[in-house]
Each structure stands twice: as structure tokens, then as C-alpha cells.
Design a binder for this molecule. Structure first.
Ligand code: NAD
Length: 260
């Protein structure tokens, strides 16, 4: 590990120790080391398939079928993924009270898998490990959707109760943000004295407004991302390092038994 990264890790650990309400805000970059591609890195999902907007999903049966086809094609890497060094470090920080919570844009369930309790986690963009009916909110497991999808030669299934469209429980572009989650994320952001944005290109709104809100409300803003972001200019620290390596090193300065 290079000296610069070591210094950045020790500095971030000091900021965490000094803060009384540190909040982590995570994006797809946290999970790349777990084998889940992000959107905007070179070769990321964005360069392969532009996301299907919510309006198209609602209005077109073909778009719904395509959304499920892509989902199942990607599902192998999602299913195989386990929490990485970054997830484990953040979970340990939550467990020991170093972090007041985590607001995530990720949909991969890896914060939960690393042991972060629901009351310390806000999922801004939903969760891709199950599906719901958009009309009546009935929950469906992906195995059910997949069985229907395969049995009908790639048709998107409808709700068996009300006939509404069944969609992965994630928030698509153009879909309204979940109100309760957004409110909780905003409350935590306003209360934070240290806001650490990790692995996000910070271009997806309204999520990317949270670091700005944190800063306006007096928090120190730290951005950890290997590429530049549009908010680097307002950050107190920008750490362009590999997330897993950095957070593992931060933990060496905040020792907690059971984290490696
Ligand atoms: P993004 O793809 O726009 O940005 C990810 C950023 O992480 C990039 O700027 C990249 O340079 C950086 N990065 C990647 N790996 C890194 C590493 N190991 N170390 C340091 N930096 C690294 O992601 P976003 O801002 O979260 O926005 C994408 C949207 O897509 C989100 O809304 C999210 O819901 C969704 N998404 C989620 C997942 C997931 O759940 N794992 C994966 C892809 C997309």
C-alpha cells in the first residue's frame, strides 16, 4: 500500500474518531470488488445497456420483458456476491457506534448481508433481491418471476391478484423516490457532522443532493472515489483510492475485533 493511501486512511480514521455523527453514503463503487459492475466506470453497465426508464416499463410490455431479461442475465453476479472489505469495515463502524448510519444507492443487499441492521440503513433506490406489483404492492420472489418468465418464453409476468405489472423492487430512472426513505436520509444528513460519500459518481439526483445538504448544514464532506466527481470542489477531502483497500486500512486505525 502506498504512503499516500496510508496517510489518507489515518486522516479519515481521525475524522471518524472526532465526529459524533458520521454518516456513510454509498454507491455502486463499493460493490465492484464483490463482482457487481457499477454503472459509470469504463466497461460498466451504463456503457453496455442504458437503463430502461420507469415510463417505458409502465407503458410497454416489450420494455418490461427486456428489463426482466437483463435482470436475470445480471443476476448470476448479484447472487454470487458476498460483502467485500468495504462493506465489512462499514458494518463494523456501525456496530461500534463510529457511524450513525448508512444511506445507500445500492440495490444489492450487501449492507444487510454484512450485518448492518435495518434501523441503521436507508436504501434510497430500493432492493433488487425481490419484486413487487406496482399496482397493489404484493411481494414476489425472483424465483417466482423467473419461473413465469421462462415458462412464457420471456414474457414479463403480471400480478396474480390484480393484474398489475410486477417489477424488481428498485427505483428506476423517472420513478418517484420512496418517501419515507428519502425523509430519513435527509434527517440523518442534516444531523451529520461528517458525511462520507463512498463509491458514487454523484451524478444521480436527488441522491447526489445529500452531500450538498450535509455540507450546507455544517458537516465535513469526504469523498472517496477513484474517479473525479462534480462535488469534489466542495469536499473537505477527496480520496481517490481503491475503496476496499482504503476502508480496510481505516479500520486498522479504529481497531475492532473480528474485522479483517
Ligand atoms: P456509478 O456507477 O455512477 O459510480 C460508481 C463510482 O465508483 C465510479 O465513479 C467509479 O469510479 C467508482 N468506483 C468503482 N469501483 C471503485 C473502487 N473499487 N474504488 C474506488 N472507486 C470505485 O454509481 P452510483 O453513483 O452508485 O450510481 C449508480 C446507480 O446505479 C445507483 O443509483 C445504484 O442504485 C445503481 N447501481 C447499483 C449497483 C449495486 O447495487 N451494486 C450496481 C450498479 C448500479
Amino acid at each position: 500500500m502506498d504512503a499516500e493511501l496510508k496517510t489518507a486512511a489515518s486522516d479519515l480514521a481521525s475524522l471518524v474518531r472526532q465526529s459524533s455523527r458520521a454518516l456513510a453514503f454509498t454507491g455502486a463503487g463499493l460493490s465492484t470488488e464483490c463482482g457487481i459492475p457499477d454503472f459509470r466506470s469504463p466497461g460498466g453497465l451504463w456503457t453496455k445497456n442504458k437503463p430502461i426508464p420507469f415510463e417505458a416499463f409502465l407503458s410497454s410490455r416489450a420494455a418490461r420483458a427486456e428489463a426482466w431479461r437483463r435482470k436475470f442475465a445480471m443476476d448470476e453476479s448479484f447472487k454470487a456476491a458476498v460483502p467485500g472489505r468495504g462493506h465489512r469495515a462499514l458494518a463494523a463502524m456501525v456496530r461500534t457506534g463510529r457511524l450513525s448510519g448508512i444511506v445507500t444507492q445500492n440495490i444489492d443487499n450487501l449492507h444487510q448481508d454484512s450485518g448492518v441492521p435495518d434501523d441503521r440503513l436507508v436504501e434510497l433506490h430500493g432492493n433488487g433481491s425481490y419484486a413487487t406489483c406496482l399496482a397493489c404492492a404484493r411481494r414476489y420472489e425472483l424465483s417466482w418471476v423467473r419461473a413465469r418468465f421462462e415458462a412464457t418464453d420471456g414474457e414479463a409476468p403480471d400480478c396474480t391478484d390484480c393484474g398489475g405489472p410486477v417489477k424488481s423492487a428498485t427505483i428506476s430512472f423517472g420513478q418517484a423516490m420512496p418517501e419515507a426513505e428519502m425523509r430519513r436520509a435527509l434527517d440523518w444528513t442534516v444531523e451529520a457532522d461528517l458525511f462520507i460519500a463512498i463509491g458514487s459518481s454523484l451524478v444521480v439526483y436527488p441522491a447526489a443532493s445529500l452531500p450538498v445538504t450535509a455540507k450546507r448544514n455544517g458537516a465535513m464532506l469526504v469523498i472517496v472515489n477513484r474517479e473525479e466527481t462534480p462535488l469534489d470542489d466542495i469536499a473537505d477531502r477527496v480520496i481517490a483510492a481503491d475503496i476496499g483497500t482504503l476502508l480496510q486500512s481505516v479500520m486498522e486505525h479504529l481497531p475492532v475485533a473480528g474485522v479483517n
